[in-house]
Design a binder for this molecule. Structure first.
Ligand code: NDP
Length: 300
């Protein structure tokens, strides 16, 4: 028989259900905008080339727009499009008053400078929140970006909607990328957590993570974080999405997070599953950013 401590079960944070609630809230707001102003939010989703993973993300985003009543502008460009042609398209979308958000699906083909393309998106339409000005404002005390990056914003929303307070807590973020680790650290800091960032050069990540009341795992390393690294009762948000071989699956693989979910469930207070945790929130936050961008313009 298991001892009481190993029987402990964390609350599983159901990201899919929370994201669905947010999507229906967005749909309600879109309806109100349409009734009151005769306008709906518009999101341009730009994809270059035929990468299968990018295409499936883009399809998912376009379908999510349709579900909540956001008009999606589909821009599909060939793999060999010139950087200047792509930038001209971005400028065209910047000038289109029916487009309130512009998303350029990454990665772009190697011949295109991603940084240059992203910095051409008008900050008023930067729904991904990756423009250096938006990130800069996120980092500054007393400043607010027009948009917060979607995945980090989704992580904070999961904490809030699960009733987990951030203020004064020790938060450890594993990873420091521009799209997840760094902005989620800045958001936690803005929410008054004490934030530590673990990266690939951190010596003894275990002991750092063990001090955390809140762990945000975004290293892209399958099941790197073991149950023994987690403080009992901690909230664990697992952003990691890693494919591991699984011959029992038709596809030959399955997705796992950066945390050893099965074991961590016995120690953590709250935990997100992979899939079904952070992933659905990323799309919901994209829709939310588009709605907010549209409201700023339509209601002014
Ligand atoms: P990156 O590869 O850009 O960054 C990974 C970060 O983790 C780096 O900062 C790296 O450190 C750090 N890292 C790598 N290995 C270790 C290690 N062993 N110990 C400590 N730190 C380590 O990844 P992303 O930020 O783009 O993505 C992270 C994960 O999140 C991936 O699995 C990705 O698929 C997933 N993801 C999920 C999303 C969702 O919607 N669910 C959205 C975006 C990403 P260093 O800087 O020193 O190299």
């Amino acid at each position: 028989m298991e001892s009481p401590s190993t029987e402990r079960k964390a609350v599983i944070i159901d990201g899919k259900a929370i994201a669905q609630t947010i999507r229906s809230e967005i749909a309600d707001e879109v309806r109100v905008l349409s009734q009151n102003y005769g306008k709906v939010p518009g999101l341009a989703v730009v994809i270059v080339g035929n990468r299968k993973d990018s295409q499936s993300y883009v399809t998912m985003k376009r379908m999510a727009c349709a579900e909540v009543g956001i008009k999606s502008f589909d821009i599909d460009l060939p793999e060999n499009v010139l950087e200047d042609e792509l930038i001209n398209k971005v400028h065209e979308l910047n000038a289109n008053p029916d487009v309130h958000g512009i998303l350029v699906q990454l990665p772009l083909p190697k011949h295109i400078n991603e940084e240059r393309v992203l910095s051409e998106i008008s900050i008023e339409k930067d729904v991904d929140g990756f423009h250096p000005l938006n990130i800069g404002k996120l980092a500054m005390k007393g400043r607010e970006p027009l948009f917060q990056p979607c995945t980090p914003k989704g992580c904070l929303e999961l904490l809030t909607r699960s009733g987990i307070s951030v203020k004064g807590k020790n938060a450890v973020v594993v990873g420091r990328s521009n799209i997840v680790g760094l902005p989620v650290s800045l958001l936690l800091l803005k929410a008054d957590a004490t934030v530590t960032i673990v990266h690939s050069h951190t010596s003894d990540p275990e002991s750092v993570i063990r001090e955390a009341d809140i762990v945000i795992a975004a290293a892209g390393q399958a099941m790197m974080i073991k149950s023994g690294w987690i403080k009992p009762g901690a909230a664990v948000i697992d952003v990691g999405t890693n494919a591991v071989d699984d011959p029992s699956k038709k596809s030959g693989y399955r997705l796992v997070g950066d945390v050893d979910f099965q074991e961590a469930c016995k120690v953590a207070g709250w935990i997100t599953p992979v899939p079904g945790g952070v992933g659905p929130m990323t799309v919901a936050m994209l829709l939310k950013n588009t709605l907010d961008g549209a409201k700023r313009v339509i209601q002014q």
